[in-house]
Design a protein around this ligand. Structure first.
Ligand SMILES: C[S@@+](CC[C@H](N)C(=O)[O-])C[C@H]1O[C@@H](n2cnc3c(N)ncnc32)[C@H](O)[C@@H]1O
Length: 360
């Protein structure tokens, strides 16, 4: 049965999105106004909005995807993917916790009504998934550009370890907008592991280094993991240690990928397997210019091609929905879109990312 809410304080940070545990921010778009400290939505079961459509769908999905995941020994997966338009959210299970994200739709809704709506969904998720309410973390994902996406939420959250593909990953559902492990690349990571034996591996825009963990497990002889962020390099190092990787063979490089690619080409470095999964847009102060994946992808891919050994392969991926691969500008004709294999079955949004396998 649904329980009345135990409210604590919603936190809203400068990047314009809120993180909520038992409380809510208003949905006035890009409105950073904090909620009053003593604001408590007086919710009772009777005041809950009608979320029956959502609960019914989640129940059905839970039955289906839990069986599906069990058969495959998958413990982190997507349970609800904007299935019903009135509930534009995604719900991801990370073992004993759940990540509930609301996507921006442009709808206007009052603060209290939104609070009730969110709490209704959290309670439903808690009941159906049989998890404590505190384990259902809610975030609003507003459209934003640049590194804001990787910034802190202002809420420390808790690091915990999840299992995927026989490996261990540190996840935090609250501290950042993203969690440390992108579930939509679960299949791609497995494919990388399958190809990695005896290879020199390069991971660009590596985030928390999960592709490298798989490559190392697959027998990569050495690897280089490049990211601009100290925070994510440190997170990647902890993931490497957690998986018993040899840090002498698996180096971490904090660098702007543009600079790194130029330097590596100058040193005549060679890699047999490269993963490049850039953000759609980045304007970090740590890099000289601005990264725009639509504008820059051909340059980046062509630089990777220079670093590939004979027979070497590049996985290139992007989440930019409007993306167009400029094949004519690439210095190869060996380009195969593999999104059909890389987007996992539990993502009903088949356009969550696109991925290509490119060779010289
Ligand atoms: C979309 S995430 C990459 C996800 C990762 N491939 C994965 O699947 O786990 C983007 C990452 O790019 C990094 N980044 C952004 N601009 C960069 C740049 N110019 N050079 C290096 N890293 C950059 C960010 O710090 C962030 O970790």
């Amino acid at each position: 049965m649904l329980q009345p809410v135990q409210a604590d304080h919603g936190k809203i940070n400068a990047s314009g999105w809120g993180i909520l545990r038992g409380l809510v921010r208003q949905t006035g778009l890009h409105d950073n106004k904090s909620l009053p400290q003593n604001y408590t939505p007086a919710l009772s079961i009777h005041q809950m909005p009608d979320i029956t459509i959502f609960s019914n769908r989640l129940k059905k999905n839970f039955r289906h995807w839990t069986k599906w995941a069990k058969r495959r020994n998958i413990r982190c997966y997507r349970l609800y993917d904007r299935d019903v338009p009135e509930f534009p959210i995604a719900l991801d299970l990370y073992e004993q916790r759940a990540h509930l994200q609301e996507f921006e739709t442009g709808w206007q809704i009052g603060e209290e009504e939104h609070a009730r709506w969110v709490e209704g969904m959290r309670h439903a998720a808690s009941e159906i998934l049989e998890l404590p309410l505190a384990a259902i973390v809610f975030k609003q994902r507003l459209r934003q550009r640049g590194l804001a996406q990787y910034e802190k939420t202002g809420c420390k959250g808790e690091n915990f370890i999840v299992h995927e593909g026989g490996h261990l990953f540190i996840v935090n559902l609250e501290e950042y907008l993203d969690t440390g492990l992108f579930l939509d690349h679960r299949n791609t990571r497995r494919m990388v592991q399958e190809k990695a034996a005896g290879k020199r591996f390069l991971n660009l825009f590596a985030y928390t280094g999960s592709f490298t963990v798989y490559a190392a497990a697959g027998g990569a002889t050495r690897s280089t993991t490049v990211d601009l962020s100290n925070t994510y390099q440190d997170w990647a190092r902890r993931n490497f240690e957690l998986n018993g990787m040899d840090l002498a063979r698996h180096e971490l490089v904090r660098a702007d990928v543009f600079g790194f690619l130029g330097d590596a080409t100058g040193r005549c470095e060679r890699y047999d397997l490269i993963v490049m999964d850039p953000p759609s847009f980045s304007n970090s102060k740590k890099m000289s210019g601005v990264l725009d994946v639509q504008r820059d992808h051909a340059l980046l891919i062509n630089q990777c091609l220079k670093l590939l050994s004979d027979g070497g392969e590049l996985f290139f991926s992007t989440n930019l929905r409007s993306f167009n691969l400029d094949e004519a500008a690439l210095a190869t004709h060996s380009i195969k879109e593999i999104s059909g294999q890389t987007v996992p079955e539990d993502f009903r949004n088949r356009k969550i990312h696109r991925c290509w396998l490119i060779t010289r």
